[in-house]
Design a protein around this ligand. Sequence first.
Ligand code: FES
Ligand SMILES: [Fe+2]
Length: 361
Amino acid sequence: MSLEERLVPPQTKAHASVARVPEAWYVVAEAKALGKKPIPVTLLGVPMVLFRTHSGRPGALLDRCPHRNVPLSAGRVEGEHLVCGYHGWEFDPDGQCRGIPGLVSTAESERGRRAIAWPAVESDGWIWVWASNDVPPSGPPFRFPELPGYAEARRTVLAPGTMHATLENALDVPHTAFLHGGLFRTAKKRNQVTAVVRRYHDRAECEYLGEPRPSGLIGRLLSPSGGIVEHWDRFFMPSIAQVEYKIGTETHFVVTSACTPVSDFETRLFALVQFRTRMPGVLLKPLLEPFARTIFAQDQKMLGLQTETIRRFGGEQFESTELDLLGPQIWRLLRDAERRTVVEPSADGAPFYEKQIELLA
Ligand code: FES
Ligand SMILES: [Fe+2]
């Protein structure tokens, strides 16, 4: 063995948990961020322009004018069309070219004048794009919970990790006592709880039983008197992570995050936090804000380090234990979808996989 071979760590097989699932709706922007001006977004590595016609209909086109390849996001909206900023070609949300200023003859074929388009809709305060333009949408987008009377906050952050790593991070309990030590859980004061993991044809979930109120600052702030905790972590194909906490009868928290693959190693998190506590939302919101920011920043940093390391070693080599409750289930569902393996729901609604484990949380 040469000296070099002895010094260089063994190269991992060139594998990364990247699953590209185009036949799905993804959140690409907060609805209120899409006004009169078109905005550029990237979905699965594809640059798109997002715009809203005067009647309110959203459109998503390839961000490249078919005429001379200027980004359409540098154009403007007029009526029901997006108008390119260079020569003024006009496109409707289906990509159809509806006007060319100054053109009198119509002898040439109009086929090449189309802009590539993706289905786009507004739902639950988000703009969603169906990432495939050859397979039509199989149904409407995932619905965010409707919780009347709850306080709400929305937040968008860019995570430097794969969609899988970001989803796993959002639903991973064991890291909270370390990375976010003291905020949520504390490493020293742990309690034995039971977790039940289930995987269905289109989702996976983890239910925690016997969990006492989290001992960290946030737990004490939310529910000073303690109480029985109901805690669920859920994943919905292909991009939604949801954490639900109920503490006693007064405190209820649901954080739903759409984790959109901007590119293979960049994921944008569009999160909706909904909560009801004894303390009015207007008072609690500013108190929680710095915690949320710290937690997101810590996760962001760790995902960045993970991505960097995987790149440096030319691939990943993950060694999981039972504590990695949802990551492997999420990967299984994503990989099946990427390979277009059709998984039908089970006839009796029973999960395909169910496992109960004991852990210290
Ligand atoms: S480049 Fe868009 S109209 Fe000419
Ligand atoms: Fe985290």
